[in-house]
Ligand binder design. Sequence first.
Ligand code: PMP
Length: 394
Amino acid sequence: MFETLKEQPADKILMLMQAYKEDPRDTKIDLGVGVYKDTSGNTPIMRAIKAAEGKLLETETTKAYTGLAGDPGFSDAMVNLVLGDAVPRDTVAAAATPGGTGAVRQGFDMIRSANPQARVFVSDPTWPNHLSILKHMGIEMVPYRYFDDETRGVAFDAMLEDIGKAKKGDVVLLHGCCHNPTGANLNMSQWKEVVASLQKTGATPMIDIAYQGFGDGLDADAAATRLVASSVPECLIAASCSKNFGIYRERTGLLMAVSQDASARKLNQGTLNYLNRQNFSFPPDHGARLVTMILSDDSLRADWMAELEEMRTLMLSLREQLASELQRLSGSDRFGFIAQHRGMFSRLGTTPEMVEKLRADHGIYMVGDSRLNIAGLNKNTVPILAKAIVDVGI
Ligand code: PMP
């Protein structure tokens, strides 16, 4: 029977990783896949994670199932990290999921359960997995304009015009911070306008926040999510711990459903539990437990925050170095946007042909839409990249 299956398109980023591996040039630079790398090109296990794992090894007494929504301590710690005191805790239903992707997937499932006709408005461009999961689930999607190819910032008027067409029963998917793949983000006054649009149309926001702490800091990166959650009747939030705790393979995420009152919360919580049960039963616990231990222990938390801050400031300094190197070599300010963008990624805004030329002529690997992973650079490779960008004529 399986011969009836259709071939699925290969994942472009994974293909790129393979091509990079096979490239014999020792000057090659990998700016493709979205994992944080330190100055030596490693993706380290964070100190606080190692310490928590040591403690857990000694103190864990059972591997029996947790609850369907995972450990309540994890939900509390993460709701606090993401939402602070923006909304009363008893209005937030939450369930642990396998990674941020699991949270996104469960969120879409909740939307489809509530309204099979819901359309999901997605930024153009967005993280490709948003599109492929929506397509797989048969949910209608409507792109909204987001990236301005000229300024490499947000095409805000166009975005507002497009999300203004959403209706009650539709969902507007927003990136809480550090937009993937562009790196271009709204400022707070623009977020207020987005909130006003949502209030006017009655559409439900869903926020994907996968890079809290990678942009302007833990609280600053959550500010938009907090503003939205406290200003609309209901919203979904899909949070990932993969990047900011560096626990990619542990699959640690949380889906939150914020409502107006405790009775709506009960219905939402029951739905989140039910959806976990149907899709995978109990969520993974190891990563969630480490995160909970770190967030609820003053010294582990302080150390985690300090290391996250080192990672964030390293990425910022690479951005600044690259922007100024490009300014020097090109004699123009047209690359200033790289220092303005936030998070791990920047979209150069060039053609797939130029991206291919960078790969073929210079061994520089980035995603075909010209997304580059800033964390793939170090202070020695920044000048090499800058020279290559100017040489190929971007
Ligand atoms: N959302 C966005 C926008 C992302 O970039 C990512 C990571 N690539 C995720 C969600 C989820 O990541 P994970 O499933 O690894 O936690």
